[in-house]
Design a protein around this ligand. Structure first.
Ligand code: MTE
Length: 309
């Protein structure tokens, strides 16, 4: 990201978990690749038990664990790309609570154990395309946000979902300065949030999410620019009106509410036509909706995506 600074407790593991459909392959902790880490990269050691999804995963080569954990945007931990890795230990995820509330029948609070054990976890290999024109392919582990929506049961007047990250200025170095209007916030329309591609991720490469990637829980919306994928979420609220989104609030002419990957809408300061996959030389064409058109283009039928960028 570049801105002006440049710069409940119900069945914890469901039967569904053991259901093997044709498109899912059981992966066990034994199949997790051996990771080559440097001491700078702090991975939480807990292995996750998950199935491998084939319906929504790309078969492109994944970026390495090192690339995914050492080149990040997480302004709470600093504005430099290496800052989130270097300051990763400043984020404490102990006693984490994720509150899900607002216009719902059944508000819930999830703790750390719920996040990794309550829902069947899947590995989804998704492209992450950042507005600054770099991209990565990441083996995220998580569950569909739809699973939470089914539990909390939004009321009919709930039209949007608002997300809020941790606020801890005493410990998070980036929050000691008003670089952004903290806490970091994001939002989705409820139909976008219900799309099967929309994930809440709790891990990558078979392990609990490293702090720099938004531990203990972050959003992944693969057809939108990376900044929509809010990290270290403490609250998800169902609301009636379009919620405030950090970058849209900061620079509305540069970052719209929708933020769909769109090679035909230039960022005011640069083109969005091409992208550089981290680890590659040269650039490749950026795909509409980051290559996920067949799953999501129906969400935007009849909308002018140049105006609703
Ligand atoms: N979430 C929070 N809370 N704070 C941030 O600064 N940066 C966003 C997004 N989520 C950000 C955030 C941006 S700009 C991007 S590109 C992605 O996280 C980067 O995710 P990654 O570091 O795991 O690749």
């Amino acid at each position: 990201m570049t801105n002006k600074y440049d710069i409940d407790k119900e069945n914890s593991i469901t039967d569904e978990f053991y259901f093997l459909n044709r498109r899912k392959i059981m992966a066990s902790i034994l199949s997790v690749p051996i990771l080559t880490q440097t001491s700078m990269v702090s991975s939480k050691e807990q292995n996750l038990f998950f199935t491998k999804d084939l319906d929504y995963s790309t078969n492109e080569e994944t970026n390495t664990f090192k690339q995914i954990t050492s080149y990040n945007n997480f302004y709470e931990l600093g504005t430099g790309k290496k800052d989130p890795m270097l300051n990763a230990n400043k984020l404490s995820t102990k006693n984490w609570k994720l509150t899900i509330d607002g216009l719902v029948d059944n508000p819930i609070v999830l703790d750390l154990e719920d996040l990794t054990k309550k829902f069947p976890l899947e590995e989804r290999i998704y492209r992450l395309r950042c507005v600054e024109a770099w991209s990565m392919v990441v083996p995220w582990i998580g569950f569909e946000l739809q699973k939470i929506i089914n539990i909390v049961k939004p009321l009919q007047k709930a039209k949007y979902v608002a997300f809020e990250s941790i606020l801890d200025p005493d410990n998070l170095p980036g929050q000691k300065r008003k670089i952004l209007n903290w806490p970091y916030r994001e939002g989705l329309r409820i139909d976008e949030a219900s799309n099967p591609l929309t994930l809440l991720s709790v891990g990558l490469y078979g392990k609990i999410l490293p702090n720099q990637n938004g531990s203990p829980v972050r959003l992944i919306v693969p057809w939108k620019y990376g900044f929509k994928s809010i990290k270290s979420i403490v609250r998800i609220s169902f609301v009636e009106s379009e919620p405030l989104c950090t970058w849209n609030e900061q620079t509305p002419n540069e970052y719209g509410f929708y933020s769909n990957v769109n090679p035909y809408v230039n960022h005011p300061r640069w083109s969005q036509k091409r992208e550089r996959r981290i680890g590659e030389f040269g650039k490749r064409d950026t795909l509409m909706f980051n290559g996920y058109s067949k799953f999501v283009s129906n969400l935007y039928e009849g909308m002018d995506l140049k105006k609703n960028f």
